[in-house]
Design a protein around this ligand. Structure first.
Ligand code: NDP
Ligand SMILES: O=C1O[C@H](COP(=O)(O)O)[C@@H](O)[C@H](O)[C@H]1O
Length: 658
């Protein structure tokens, strides 16, 4: 590995190109290398005599005081970023006129030099000579400040350092609420799948943070139970990869009352990150009542000083307009909106992400995406399970807050938006928010509420407890476990088109689906062949989001043979037949990767949230004020009968009800 002074003496760092001498911006390259424990630090200053005004570069072995001082000296001339305190190791901070080519060239030269040193240490002088030949001629150097003490930190376990030539920033992903159900069953498995598939950066550390007191090893044991090698069909590398992944996993415990926990976490992160550029993601997988407190401390004490910080927030995003606004305002005191990723895992499902592709890259669909051709749209989120041990949470929130507020409204917004200017996250979110703000106020007449009751199981063998018998639920609860509703978007594209939504638990099947029904063909020459019910001939596009992903188009077709008999057939794109089922990533994988990439188009922006709550809060208040009694329905059935009347009232034929 190259030592700093030899690197300078050998002159493998070239002077900046003359062409770039007038560039106003400078480029900072921050390169890290582990030093032995006893190392002291030196700072070196290099002046290129040919163009002194543009080529001053500062090299320093770590010591935060040095780094800060240099930043002041160079203020206004550089993109220099310093951390609070570097860890054991040194950094070379190189300020050069901005040029991507330069950075690549320098990186390459550092790699060659490291290679040469490595060859030399192994006694291979020929290899060393060949490597050194490809480096540029020397340049003049001048030594700067005298050596100073390096601040020493213990090297964290599992940390193996990295190559000086590796310019990739460090990334830490901290899951707060790491012992919880969501973290164990979804977030860590998703991180593992990303790691397995090579989608995480090389310099990565995964942290779990919770109140429970656990060692790194105990925590690794806890999450290892749910790590599946989904990506590797043959499971060939499963054991090795799991071990390697777990070596990058650390645990820190702390309380959420007060900011001590986040300060402690910050120190721990710094130890692992090293002295270079370091980005941080925090995933708050916590009960909603502690989210704001944690986010406030985190933004004050644990944001990266040497890279970006992004925060992932789980639903529920508040309880109503007022609480949601309060949380947003609180978050924005310490963070910019573009640092906040409000996650709705439904948006990461393959078929939801495909919505924009389907619509905007197929000429056959986009022209039809309007009231002129579309008669109604149905968005269905049906669960065959009950509320499954989440009684305390669910009884306060109910199905409208749990499913409609985010999953269904976000789906409608993406489905119904105008073509965005580009695929950029802000352009897409600008269009989504317009849809939400164009939605008509919903009244009690536009909805049907239901609640599953104690029922005999479908096989007749046992009794399923009703919702009000679930642990944590008030026995007199009026909280709905089912809702059907009709929304209208009052804009030019969708005027008069009913969007029928259904969301419920304890239904006959688990299904997430978007159904688009088209108008009858005007003056259809074959209408005489359809019988009395013209709706059977209606074209219908079905986007099956889960469990069996697919896209189906119902068309009228001539039954082969003599004579003209028509039937309604399906053009069928069933994903499991067409693609490898295992290749479909879990929605958390996709969305976490989007956060790493800074792609926010599937995440909910603050103004979208405001618009969604503005639509639902008056309805929720009316439901509470009038103590609307939900219609009881059989567990494992098709939901309340009222939903059928509601659909009929809005002229929505239910062709394939769950
Ligand atoms: N589970 C799921 O599938 C989904 C969950 N969500 C949302 O994600 C978030 C996390 O969900 P989930 O993992 O199920 O939640 P949990 O109830 O399992 O809580 C997560 C962790 O937070 C800590 N915790 C629990 N209660 C408190 C408390 N009162 N104060 C401080 N910390 C507490 C616990 O860790 P410790 O005691 O070690 O600190 C717990 O392990 C919630 O907001 C939920 O609504 C969203 C979609 C789906
Ligand atoms: O967010 C939620 O989603 C789940 C359904 O998720 P899925 O990926 O299995 O479709 C739902 O059960 C839960 O109530 C809700 O909070």
């Amino acid at each position: 590995m190259a030592s700093l002074s030899t690197a300078l003496q050998l002159g493998f760092i070239p002077p900046p190109p003359a062409a770039a001498a007038n560039s106003k911006k400078n480029l900072l390259l921050l390169l890290d290398k582990q030093l032995p424990q006893q190392a002291s630090s030196t700072s070196h200053q290099f002046v290129d005599k040919k163009s002194p005004s543009s080529s001053t570069a500062v090299f320093s072995q770590s010591g935060c005081s040095i780094a800060r001082k240099q930043q002041q000296q160079l203020n206004g001339r550089s993109l220099l970023r310093t951390g609070k305190c570097p860890v054991l190791g040194y950094s070379i901070q190189l300020l050069l006129p901005e040029s991507q080519k330069d950075s690549i060239r320098i990186k390459r030269q550092l790699e060659i030099h490291a290679h040469a040193e490595d060859a030399s240490s192994k006694g291979d002088d020929t290899k060393r000579h060949v490597a050194m030949q490809s480096l540029p001629p020397g340049m003049s150097t001048a030594l700067g400040s005298p050596p100073v003490e390096v601040e020493k930190f213990p090297v964290p376990d599992g940390y193996s350092g990295w190559n000086i030539a590796d310019l990739e920033p460090f990334l830490s992903i901290t899951v707060v609420g790491a012992t919880g159900d969501l973290a164990r069953n979804k977030i860590f498995p998703a991180l593992f799948a990303l790691y397995y598939g090579g989608s995480l950066p090389k310099k990565v550390a995964i942290f779990g943070f919770s109140r429970s007191i656990l060692s790194n090893e105990e925590f690794r044991e806890l999450i290892s139970e749910s790590l599946l090698c989904r990506v590797d069909l043959d499971n060939e590398d499963c054991g090795d990869k799991t071990e390697l992944f777990l070596q990058s996993v650390y645990y820190e415990h702390g309380n959420y009352s007060g900011c001590d926990g986040m300060s402690k976490l910050d120190e721990r992160l710094q130890q692992v990150e090293g002295a270079g550029e370091a980005n941080r993601i925090f995933y708050l997988s916590l009960p909603h009542n502690v989210v704001l407190e944690v986010a406030t401390c985190l933004s004050a004490d644990a944001q990266s000083k040497r890279g970006w910080t992004r925060l992932i927030l789980e639903k529920p995003f508040g309880f109503d307009s007022e609480s949601s606004a309060r949380i947003n305002q609180g978050l924005l005191r310490g963070l910019d909106e573009n640092q906040i990723y409000r996650i709705d895992h439904h948006m990461g499902k393959e078929l939801i992400e495909n919505l924009t592709v389907l619509r905007f890259s197929n000429l056959v669909f986009e022209p039809l995406w309007t009231r002129t051709y579309i008669r109604n749209v149905q968005v269905i989120v049906a669960e065959d399970q009950g509320i499954d041990g989440r009684g305390r949470y669910f009884d306060q929130h109910g199905v409208i807050r749990d499913i409609v507020q985010s999953h269904i409204l976000q789906t409608i917004a993406l489905f119904a938006m105008e073509p965005p200017v580009s695929l950029d996250g802000e352009d897409i979110r600008n269009e989504k928010v317009k849809v939400l703000r164009s939605m008509r106020k919903v009244t009690l007449d536009d909805i049907v509420l239901g609640q599953y009751k104690s029922s005999i199981s479908n096989d007749g063998k046992y009794t399923v407890p009703g919702y009000t018998e679930e642990p944590g639920v008030n026995p007199n609860s009026l909280t709905p476990t089912f809702v059907a509703g009709v929304f209208y978007i009052d804009n030019a594209r969708w005027d008069g088109v009913p969007f029928l939504i259904e969301a419920g638990f304890g239904l006959i099947e688990h299904k997430v689906e978007i159904r688009i029904q088209f108008h009858h063909v005007p003056g259809n020459l074959y209408r005489g062949r359809f019988g009395l019910n013209g709706d059977t001939a209606m074209n219908e596009l079905i986007i099956a989001v889960q469990p069996d992903e697919g896209i189906f188009l119902k068309i009228n077709n001539k039954v082969p043979g003599l004579g003209v008999h028509l039937d309604s057939s399906e053009l069928n794109l069933l994903y499991r037949d067409k693609y490898e089922a295992e290749s479909l990533p879990d929605s958390y994988e996709r969305l976490i990767l989007d956060v790493i990439d800074g792609d926010n188009h599937l995440f909910i922006r603050g103004d979208e949230l405001d618009a969604a709550w503005a639509l639902l809060t008056p309805l929720l208040e009316d439901i509470a004020k009038h103590k609307v009694v939900p219609e009881l329905y059989t567990f494992g059935g098709r939901g309340p009968v009222g939903a059928y009347y509601l659909a009929a009232k809005h002229n929505v034929p239910l062709t394939d009800q769950c």
